[in-house]
Structures are given as structure tokens and as C-alpha cells.
Design a protein around this ligand. Sequence first.
Ligand code: AKG
Ligand code: FE2
Length: 354
Amino acid sequence: MKIPVLDFGVYRHGDNVPDEKLTELSRGLRAAFTEIGFVYLRNTGIGQEEVDDIMEISKKFFLLPEEVKIPLSRTSDTYNHGWVALETERLNPSRPGDLKEAFNITSLHPDAAWPAEDVVPGFRKTFESFFMRCKDLSLRVLRVMALSLEIDVDIFVNSHKSIGSSTNGSTLRVLYYPPVQRAMVKGGQLRCGEHSDYGSISLVFQDSKGGLQVKSRSGEFINAPAIPGTVLINIADLMQRWTSDVFISAKHRVLLPPPGDSSTRQSLVFFAQPGDDVTITCCDGSNKHPPVKTGDYLLERFNETYQMQGHDEESNLALEKAGTRATVMSNKRQLHDGHKQEQNSDKKLKKGKD
Ligand SMILES: O=C(O)CCC(=O)C(=O)O
Ligand SMILES: [Fe+2]
């Protein structure tokens, strides 16, 4: 099984593309999202040079000394915005901390801290503008997705219009995976533990090395290489729920490089989410999952993550093997909403969702 590559060119320009022109695209999208949960789109309007530029600027940031990055650290009261140090997050809580660093941009709130302009020239401007480019593409993809399900074509779009405001948790995250020193690697440690994403859809951009792997329905991991000029898009957990499990939120991971390979890796992910006050009801009218307010759903996910902390490694792994929802949920909360990192207190967690 391979992840399909679709041409998004028909919807590259302008918002007023008639639905009938999107039929072929919507069929392709539906097949991809029901069969594997991932798709590559080419001709989205986001060019490879744009992605290369942003990777270059972000690398300058990641290579700064820690004392410059520490004051920019993400805290639970800053809209999940900021720097996340190496091994701080565990996308799969049954594993040691992921061997990656990240910088999150959760909203374009004026109080959010950014690297100083003279330290990393162009960082803020480039990221703010890329955030909006990702919002724009997400809204288009969401429209085609609704079309493919033959439901109200604006249902997803209207729920995501607040992206970029403080009432919406959508996040642009840039990731840096430093060279791996095998002697230092802990048992079971990965660059990015297997997990499913939390929100609606995620837009993934990898550097030329690729490295992402996606779990197929049959349970095997398949490679999702970098394909220049494309955007890799995947369904996340809330969208799976919204679509009554028609669209699949597939697990994915990044393994360690082979021994002796001391290369770095970079990626960018835009996690699109509905506004916090949006109530998600199964879009087919069924009761497969009860209606839930996005903000409450986030909190519930957080609480489950918190409870999971009480489990020892062995029982957590057993639950993971059994494929329990709680474990999947805990993975998600921990990484993408950042409402909990290991060291967070209960109090911090409770006020984590703004
Ligand atoms: O680094 C990547 O390619 C993927 C990262 C990822 O899946 C995530 O942050 O959710
Ligand atoms: Fe992910």
C-alpha cells in the first residue's frame, strides 16, 4: 500500500471554484482518507522554495545556544506557543522522551514570545506568514473533504475560521531532530514515537531525508518519503470522530537513523483544529460518538493523559498493544496541545487551555 499523490491544482487559485470542478479531487481525497488517512497533494500553491526557506530560518534558531532558547520556552499559559527542548515530549508515553526539539506557534497572539529579529532575522515574519498560508490551504482541503462526504460543503470550513486567534488551538510546529549519538540512546527511544494527531487535519512538510512512517490498516508501517513540491496531509483524531470513523487517523512515527548516520532531520507540521467553542457532532447524523465541544474534548484528552501518568511502563505498553483509546488519546494530548508535559502540575494543566 502506498500513500496516493493527488493534484490540487484545480483549487490552487481563488476561493470560488465551483463544486463540480472539485469532484475528481474530492473522490481521490475520500479514497485516500478512508483507506490510509494520508495523502500527498501537489500544486497546492505552497512552493518548495517557501518550505526550504522556512527550514533554513528555523535551523538557525535551533542551532542557537540553549540560553537563548530557554527564555522562549513554551509554558501552559502562553497558548502552547514557544520552544520545546530535546526529550521533553513523548508522543508515545510508553517510550522515553522523543529525540527532537520544536518551536510551536499556536496563535498569532501579540504577547507571544519570538526570537529577537537581530538573532534570527525574518523568523517571526516568515512563520506568521506561513501560518496563514497553512490556514488557507487547510480551509480549502476541509471544503473538499466535506464535498467528498456529500455533507454541507461549509461545515468544516466554518468551524475553522478562527484559526490564528486565541480561541483556536491550531498550531504551526517546526521540528529539529539533531544527530543521534547511539551510545546515548535510551531503550525504546525514537526520534518521534508512534502516535496519531489530535485535531482535524495536519499538514506535514519534511526535509529531503524523509523518515516519516505511517501505520497502514493491516498494521505494518510504510514509508512516507519527502516528495518535493507536495504537502503531506493526514486525518487527525477529532476528524475521525467527526466523520464517524469514515476518515482514518493513522498512527505515524519517525525512527532513529541507521547506526553511523549522524545527519540531522527537519520537518514542519501545521495542526488544524476547530475553534474551542465548536461542538462536534457526527456529520452523518449518527450517534456513533456523542456531540462534544472542542474545548471540552481537549480537556478530557488532557485528563486522560494525566491519569495515564499513574501507570507504570509495562501496563502502559500493554494498554498500547491492546490499542486502547485512552493510550492513543494520551499520546495526542501530550504532544499537540502541550497541556501536559511530564513536569507540569495539575494546576498548570487545568489552566492550560485558553
Ligand atoms: O517530524 C515529522 O515528520 C512528523 C512529526 C509528527 O508527526 C508530529 O509532530 O505530530
Ligand atoms: Fe504527528
